[in-house]
Design a protein around this ligand. Structure first.
Ligand SMILES: Nc1ncnc2c1ncn2[C@@H]1O[C@H](COP(=O)(O)OP(=O)(O)O)[C@@H](O)[C@H]1O
Ligand SMILES: [Mg+2]
Length: 295
């Protein structure tokens, strides 16, 4: 068969193989101190879990040690990393109510020995209410992470906290434990709706609970280059948040959406795919931005 290198498909294939080659030479910077990143957006379905899982997997693939804390009762991040949360194992709920330490519940993901998971469980849904009457209710996740990291043998480069789609006590615990907030923004109608409320919440946390918390990173997700809408949303976000927004946008791809049903990140499921390459590029960018944004 003749191969016409000028067709759009051929050009797309050539671009993809270029990106695959480049992905092998991308740099990933190991931070001097553990970076703790809360992946937050009170809207559901914007790509929080997908972003948590795949940035974490991309960094672990590069040899960095990464811990994913699944703070959403739905447990999608745990499942996507191959951890079965229906088997009654202890999880982050038991840590928050003080019955287990973080070290007790952490398990290695199926796909990479550098990628650890503190899984969710169904009873986490009740924690939002149970925590209300507990002492230092906003600080319990911070205390658990601090105790874990203070052990010399627990060296972690990145902690990602996958938040539930609300601004309740679980998310507040994430905001107190983290130094950085990463907001995934779906390139869709109403993408910026609710964002000012989220930013206000970060300021409130700054005033009352954690002065170090900053919005460090925005990642555009489910970008569809064929639609004007995606382009418009992306342009608007980049205009408002020029510093924070990663250059890499994550495209909407089938591979990304089917990986979780195999209990894998897209990085493990199809490492050469467009979706995996985008998350690898975004993870590299995130790792390089330390000096400007964290600390
Ligand atoms: N880039 C993408 N391409 C295709 N599907 C995606 C992409 N990102 C997320 N999804 C899908 O969209 C849905 C919502 O994503 P998810 O990460 O679970 O959002 P959230 O955690 O914010 O609720 C999931 O079914 C997920 O598989
Ligand atoms: Mg989620």
């Amino acid at each position: 068969m003749d191969f016409d290198a000028s067709t759009p498909l051929a050009q797309e294939i050539a671009r993809l193989s270029d990106r695959r080659r480049r992905a092998e030479t991308l740099e990933f910077r190991k931070p001097a101190h553990t970076r703790i990143i809360s992946v937050t957006n009170q809207k559901g379905g914007v790509g929080k879990t997908t972003t948590t899982v795949n940035l974490a997997a991309a960094l672990a693939r590069a040899g960095l040690s990464v811990l994913v804390i699944d703070l959403d009762p739905q447990g999608n991040a745990s499942t996507a990393l191959g951890v079965d949360i229906r088997d009654g194992r202890p999880g982050i709920y038991d840590v928050l109510i003080g019955e287990q330490s973080l070290a007790d519940v952490i398990t290695t993901s199926g796909e990479n020995e550098h990628l650890l998971v503190a899984p969710s469980s169904l009873d986490l849904a009740g924690a939002e209410i149970e925590l209300v009457s507990m002492p230092s209710r906003e600080f319990r996740l911070w205390q658990a992470i601090d105790a874990y990291l203070s052990h010399r043998e627990h060296h972690i480069d990145f902690v990602f906290i996958d938040c539930p789609p609300s601004l309740g006590l679980l998310t507040i615990n994430a905001f107190v434990a983290a130094r950085e907030v990463l907001i995934p923004i779906q390139c869709e109608y109403y993408a910026l709706e609710g964002l000012s409320q989220l930013l206000k919440n970060i300021l409130l946390i700054n005033d009352h609970l954690n002065p170090d918390l900053t919005l460090s990173t925005i990642l555009l997700t489910m970008y569809d280059s064929r639609t004007r809408l995606s382009e418009e949303v992306a342009a608007e976000v980049r205009e408002h948040f020029a510093q924070e927004t990663l250059t890499t946008a994550i495209p909407r791809t089938v591979r990304i959406s089917e990986a979780p049903s195999y209990g894998q990140s897209v990085i493990a499921y199809d490492p050469g795919s467009k979706g995996a390459l985008s998350y690898i590029e975004a993870a590299s960018e995130l790792s390089q931005r330390e000096e400007h944004h964290a600390q």
